[in-house]
Design a protein around this ligand. Structure first.
Ligand code: NAD
Length: 300
């Protein structure tokens, strides 16, 4: 018999993730506060659940893909109280990007009730969710992460066990903080070259074969016209929005504060994205994060 998944949060990410589980043969019950998201999920083969309780009743897996930690804590503990409603044998997998402290709280409240909980934030964006190529960074007991593979493998290409509860969130914010730093550094270097008469394509091809090579330069060049099929070549539409990078940098700063870690480059990246987000009165939060290139030359 097909195993049942209760899926909460069928937005830009959760919608295609749930659709991939349907394709893999799971019976997926969809719950979202936005009717249009549920309607799309039903078109993709999910069954609409009228209430949180109806969604989780007897379900083998509970998966959530929610906007923030307060919402996740309300869903699992303080509001709908899913942890008190789920089948005791169910495995809870929260894929939302939230503070590690929120994930740890959901994990420890699960433990008190003998419910297994894994935090599994993702990298790969909407395109990765659609293509089932996401990277999952998991926190929780090794056996629980192993058990989560049964569903995660149908939504992603790489599944990592980062450590105990909350470790998936820490891995995710370390990665995205570094991504912001090398994106800004790449944009800055490209602008310096252009301001001094270099062609950005030529400069990029030199740095690609030199020690400045990095993922932003190689896969996601922020300078318009250097690469095809990246947001810089379509007026920074699509991709990974500035507001999502601001969220992840904010989570990184919160974690650094809690652990007394020094993150001067991360703090600068956080400040530059905040400055850029409303530069000159424009709302840049919906543009791709590589549009930070525009901070260095208002003419780009
Ligand atoms: P989204 O806003 O498109 O989707 C979130 C969905 O959750 C919405 O449909 C919303 O109605 C629903 N929701 C809110 N409260 C709910 C509740 N109590 N019960 C059920 N559903 C509820 O956001 P998204 O882009 O899909 O992002 C989801 C998560 O994935 C975020 O934590 C984000 O940081 C992370 N993430 C996003 C991307 C990306 O590129 N979009 C990439 C990696 C990680």
């Amino acid at each position: 018999m097909a195993k049942t998944v209760a899926f909460f949060g069928l937005g830009n990410m959760g919608g295609p993730m749930a659709a991939n589980l349907v394709k893999a043969g799971f019976q997926v019950r969809a719950f979202d506060l936005v009717p249009a998201s549920v309607q799309q999920a039903v078109k993709d083969g999910c069954v609409a659940a009228a209430t949180e309780k109806a969604a989780v009743e007897g379900a083998d897996f509970i998966i959530s893909m929610l906007p923030d930690g307060a919402i996740a804590e309300r869903l699992y503990i303080d509001g709908a109280g899913l942890l008190d409603l789920v089948n005791p044998a169910a495995l809870v997998i929260d894929c939302s990007t939230i503070a590690a402290a929120s994930s740890r709280r959901i994990g420890s409240e699960g433990k008190k009730r003998n419910i297994r909980v894994v935090d599994a934030p993702v990298s790969g964006g909407v395109a990765g969710a659609q293509a089932a190529t996401l990277a999952f960074m998991c926190g929780g007991a090794a056996a629980d992460v192993e058990a989560a593979r049964e569903v995660l493998k149908h939504m992603g290409a790489n599944i990592f066990h980062a450590g105990e509860s909350g470790a998936g969130q820490i891995a995710k914010i370390c990665n995205n903080m570094l991504l912001a730093i090398h994106m800004i550094g790449t944009a800055e270097a490209l602008q310096l070259g252009v301001d001094n008469g270099l062609d950005p394509k030529t400069l990029s091809s030199i740095m690609l074969k030199s020690s400045g090579c990095n993922w932003s330069l190689e896969k996601y060049n922020p300078y318009p016209g250097v690469m095809d099929n990246v947001p810089a070549s379509r007026a920074y539409q699509g991709g990974f929005m500035v507001k999502l990078m601001q969220k992840d940098l904010g989570l990184a700063m919160g974690a650094a504060l809690a652990s007394h870690s020094s993150t001067p480059m991360g703090a600068l990246a956080n400040n530059l994205y905040n400055l850029y987000s409303h530069l000159g009165g424009d709302d840049n939060t919906g543009l791709d994060f590589s549009s930070i290139q525009r901070l260095f030359d208002a003419g780009v």
